[in-house]
Write a protein that binds this ligand. Structure first.
Ligand code: MF3
Ligand code: CO
Ligand code: CO
Length: 253
């Protein structure tokens, strides 16, 4: 059932992979401004990973053509970086970066706000980050996986945003996508599955200003809101410890 359960020595490796992902974000962050293309962001990530002896987990995954996903405005997930897609004032963009280093994967995504962003878009981005952090804070051995979705709903609903149900978090470690699935909304099915020390997974809520529903572009990847509403996502890779949770995709100090 839970295949993504790892030993303490693997946690050390996962911590190093996650640190690399966080440092890659720091490397690209100053460049994510109006006028840059999402294709250029992809190239910067490719260069950073190469220079550090790592590789993109996305490239070639089920035929995926780029190193990262860049999801702008109404794109929920899996936007494909493109030299003709230039970021402009008022855009919100998610950069989702998964890297493999010495056999272990780290997966994280962050939102970037370009210039003057509308108050509602700002609220969306902040609420999504708050939901992720709240969900992380309840993670510990013995806690049902359903508490994650319950916690996210409690943060998101008062703002009137919807939660995407078409994409889930996932076990991760020696492979990018593994069991269990992590739902970002409450489902009693996950009451029965409890977190155990060694469990490694992502939480990656996607929340929308309008409809939770998505449609897929002709490219077979890009998932957008059906109504053109804005969408935000934040993601971390986490590990359950003996007494709580560790965030792997944060910089080591
Ligand atoms: N990083 C994504 C996730 O959070 C997976 C990317 S799918 C790919 O699970 F096709 F782009 F690789
Ligand atoms: Co990801
Ligand atoms: Co993920």
């Amino acid at each position: 059932m839970l295949s993504s359960v790892y030993a303490p020595k693997d946690f050390k490796r996962l911590r190093v992979s996650g640190d690399l992902v966080a440092r890659c974000f720091d490397y690209i962050t100053p460049h994510i401004r109006a006028g840059i293309s999402t294709g250029e962001i992809d190239r910067m990530v490719a260069e950073f990973l190469h220079a550090n002896g790592a590789r993109s987990s996305d490239l070639g995954y089920m035929g995926y053509p780029k190193h990262i996903c860049t999801s702008v405005n109404d794109v929920i997930v899996h936007g494909i970086p493109n030299d003709n897609e230039i970021l402009k004032d008022g855009d919100i963009v998610n950069v989702d970066l998964t890297a493999e280093y010495h056999g272990f994967h780290g997966d994280a995504s962050r939102m970037f706000m370009i210039g003057n962003v509308s108050p509602r878009a700002r609220e969306l981005v902040q609420t999504c980050q708050d939901a992720l952090n709240a969900a992380i804070s309840i993670c510990a051995p013995g806690v049902p996986l359903s508490e994650i979705g319950k916690t996210i709903e409690a943060v998101v609903k008062p703002h009137g945003f919807s939660i995407s149900r078409d994409f889930v978090g996932h076990g991760i470690g020696k492979v990018m996508h593994d069991d269990p699935q992590i739902y970002h909304f409450y489902d009693k099915m996950w009451d029965k599955v409890k977190m155990v020390p060694g469990l490694v997974f992502t939480i990656e809520p996607m929340i929308n200003t309008g409809s939770p529903k998505c449609k897929i572009d002709a490219d077979g990847w890009t998932a957008r809101t059906v109504d053109g509403g804005l969408s935000a996502q934040w993601e971390h890779t986490l590990g359950i410890t003996e007494d709580g949770v560790i965030i792997f995709t944060e910089k080591m100090v």
